[in-house]
Design a protein around this ligand. Sequence first.
Ligand code: NIG
Ligand code: FE
Length: 411
Amino acid sequence: MKTLIHNIAVLATPVGQKAACGMSQGEINILHDAYILLEDDRILEVGEGSAPSVGPEIQRIDACGRLVTPGLVDAHTHLVFGGWREHELALKRRGVPYLEILAQGGGILSTVKMTREATEEELVEKASKVLKEMLALGVTTCEAKSGYGLDEATELKQLRAIRELGKRQPVELVPTYLGAHAVPKEYKEDREAYMELMEALLPKIAEEKLAEFCDVFCETGVFTPDESERILLAAQKHGLRSKIHSDEIDAIGGTNVAGKIRAASAEHLIAITPEGISALAEGGTVAVLLPATSFYLNKPYAPARAMIEAGVPVALASDFNPGSCPGFNLQLVMNLGCWKVNMSPEEVLTAVTLNAAAACGRAERIGSVEAGKQADLVIWDAPNLEYIFYRFGENLANTVIKNGKIQYTKG
Ligand code: NIG
Ligand code: FE
């Protein structure tokens, strides 16, 4: 079935099938008075000026003089978890460091306890509500990590919950195995045994196709660069591409590992060094920055300008999780990208579409509005691109189209 989206005041989109880096990150396509012709779930044609004359059998969507962009891609979330952690609020407000809360058995480890106690169905129902709201905010693809199980049964339960969520609702999920998120209490005295346990899970995950990526939290007191490299290389042997949480608090070398092993992405990067930036540029690794986490932990923002100047493709994502970022509003992340990370609106748009898609291994299929790509689109309550960066705090998505179908509309 064909669908014509017409009366688009501005169509703003990056172009290409791979991450955009350097100057090209900000060189997006802006079409005025545009139209998009879809065939089923694909984009058939994009143009400016008068729309092709189509017969009555073709469905028409009137964009009513609004802005249209690609569907947003949230490239870093910890979507599936049990409980919340509002009891940490006072500690955090008193300035107790994130890593100290973790070392005391709180933080990630308290979410592990609640996630182990939840059933798969409870996890699915909880995350479904989040995905419904994410979709309404314009998110059409979302990466989702395990990492709150830290034992075989619960890591698999989280990954199976992600698979189930992918079947039950329209947002496409990108599953990531994050067994190396923390060392659980029961292995505190025997890290080697925990490393072996995580590695032993890899063939099962590969066999059931439960994850596309493997991720590690490489940080002081969590996993070392050597341990990170070991688990990521073991996962690569099972077909899982690499991601890494690095330089969130301390630059201990995880970013260098990312470049060396040609990871798809390195994430956080608040404390990245010039050496780390070169490693990412050489490895063709996407830098996924998480400014809402900087906001929430009262930390500096990652040095995006230095990365862009060095030719590193930059993506922005939410990091939605119950500890360091209990919010998933990617529109707010876009505002922070513009106002705190010092990226232009055009660079931010690329960061939450094409470059985020590249971080998720999907840049050939999604992340831009071009003939041949999947029809994932947002029609905004905005007349131009600047407007969605100028306003903040409200949902400015008007209509969200996934795979050629309207999945959300404000009406
Ligand atoms: O990306 N930094 C490590 N992991 C998460 C936080 C997880 C948590 O606190 O529960 C993050 O910020
Ligand atoms: Fe994270």
